[in-house]
Design a protein around this ligand. Structure first.
Ligand code: PLP
Length: 472
């Protein structure tokens, strides 16, 4: 009977996977349901008495029916997306084998795989003797980078605590908000994150960085870390790492690089120069779940001096029931802020085995070619204008029309695009101007789908101009 139950659920699972993947060819990216509609159509409250397999099957249907098709070509909303069959297979087997990455004895193969991945990514970054660990994302990678910087500044802080009130961290004004989160968590405080001015391309200005460091020194503030960004969230800008490293080293400041979005350029001989000088950094975070398309979650934190990461994880010596001395070099739990931790390595490793470094390089280069093409389509449209220079696959533009506030216009066009459910793109601000920010991080995107997106924008412009929405 138990076998029959498992069989039915597995059959339904495979069937749902097939239907979902076939749906990538449909017209719609999202069914755009409201929360009321979801509540009305689905039974959300967990039942007091079980509903049996019928409840499970209905739940599967409801979930997929109301999920955004992130594998669909119309999904250009986030810095991730698409479907990778080998990584997906790895994800399923990971769930099947159910392990936790804290000890070698519970995750022998996965621990070795994670170390192999960290080693290769460290080599690509240029940390010959580096080490690292997979984390829950760039946000936690930035937190870990800042924690290592704190330890570097004050090695007693792990044991004795830390008064962050007269310490600061410097980042570009276009950096990711997770730096503020990390400053909050570490006791630095959000106002001790100094936002350094950017140039017209969204890259941190090193003259401003130097000035801010001087101001901090005159104010008796210690700069414990500079965080440079390789691939900013909105514009995809790359900060000048070599120059920043020179400033960091001459002032004895830790340099962490947030390469959550842009790290994959390191695979490509054509584009690796975007991160020129990264080997001079002290730590780097790099999301494989963004440009590389690994299923969420999959992200690496890499560090040049592995002893510092070990030192900030000293708390792990307090778990003799779990982390044993004889397996010290093998237990990845000693390098992590987490106790139980998913195996995020295997899926990436399977995908890597399929395509190799060369495949990641191709992916990155093809996405950039598509973004170039997309930009050229925008530049041909009199109703559209690019709102930022481009190095990466973020394509920041807006739609123009006479006699209408362009911030209102672009907000309403984006709302209309979302309601129609065929495409998804995010909206952001550059210098107070509302822009649309589609990104290419999804292998389903093609020249044809990009032409379709331009047509959709023009259709929505027409609808808004015809007054269906312009109620200000
Ligand atoms: C530049 C940058 N850093 C960090 C992050 C946070 O990454 P995650 O969502 O993996 O925590 C993002 C997310 O988009 C990002 O764009």
């Amino acid at each position: 009977m138990e076998g029959e139950r498992v069989e039915r659920i597995l059959d339904a699972l495979v069937q749902h996977i097939r239907v979902w993947l076939a749906d990538a060819d449909s017209e719609f990216t999202t069914s755009s349901p409201t929360s009321e509609e979801i509540r009305r159509r689905s039974r959300l409250t967990p039942p007091l008495e079980g509903e049996g397999i019928e409840g499970v099957l209905e739940g599967m249907d409801d979930f997929l029916k109301h999920s955004v098709k992130t594998h669909h070509a119309g999904f250009m909303n986030s810095l991730w997306g698409g479907f990778n069959a080998s990584a997906f297979a790895g994800e399923v087997l990971t769930a099947l084998a159910q392990t936790s990455m804290y000890t070698f004895e519970t995750a022998p193969f996965a621990s070795m795989v994670e170390q192999a991945i960290i080693k290769r990514m460290s080599e690509l970054v240029g940390f010959a003797d580096g080490n690292g660990v997979l984390t829950t994302g760039g946000s936690n990678g930035n937190l870990l980078g800042l924690l290592c910087a704190r330890h570097n500044f004050d090695p007693l802080s792990v044991q004795m605590g830390f008064d962050g009130r007269n310490k600061v961290v410097m980042v570009s004004e276009e950096s990711h908000y997770s730096v503020s989160m990390a400053a909050n968590v570490l006791g630095l405080g959000i106002s001790n994150v100094i936002k350094v001015r950017c140039d017209e391309n969204g890259c941190l200005r090193t003259d401003s960085l130097q000035e801010e460091i001087e101001i901090a020194k005159r104010s008796n503030l210690d700069v414990i870390c500079i965080i440079a960004t390789s691939g900013t969230t909105v514009r995809g800008a790359f900060d000048p790492l070599r120059e920043i490293a020179t400033i960091a080293h001459s002032n004895d400041i830790w340099l962490h690089v947030d390469a959550a979005w842009g790290g994959s350029c390191l695979f490509s001989a054509k584009h690796a120069n975007l991160m020129d000088g990264v080997e001079l950094a002290d730590s780097v975070c790099w999301d494989a779940h963004k440009m590389m398309g690994a299923p969420l979650i999959c992200s690496a934190f890499l560090i040049k001096n592995a002893n510092i990461l070990k030192a900030v994880c000293t708390h792990t010596s307090d778990a003799p029931y779990l982390l044993h001395n004889q397996s010290e070099g093998l237990d990845l739990g000693r390098l992590s802020l987490q106790c139980g931790r998913r195996n995020d390595a295997f899926k990436l490793w399977l995908a890597w085995r399929e395509i190799g470094d060369a495949g990641w390089a191709r992916r990155c280069e093809e996405f950039i070619v598509l973004a170039d093409y997309f930009q050229s389509l925008i530049e041909q449209q009199p109703e559209m204008e690019m709102m930022s220079t481009r190095k990466w696959t973020n394509v920041c533009f807006r739609i123009k029309s006479a006699n209408i506030d362009l911030n209102v216009l672009n907000t309403q066009i984006r709302d209309k695009i979302m309601k129609r459910g065929k495409w998804m793109t995010s909206k952001a601000l550059i210098d107070g101007q509302v822009i649309l920010r589609p990104v290419i991080a999804n292998s389903s995107v093609s020249k044809k789908s990009l032409q379709g997106f331009i047509e959709e924008c023009l259709t929505c412009l027409k609808i808004v101009q015809d007054g269906e929405m312009l109620i200000q």
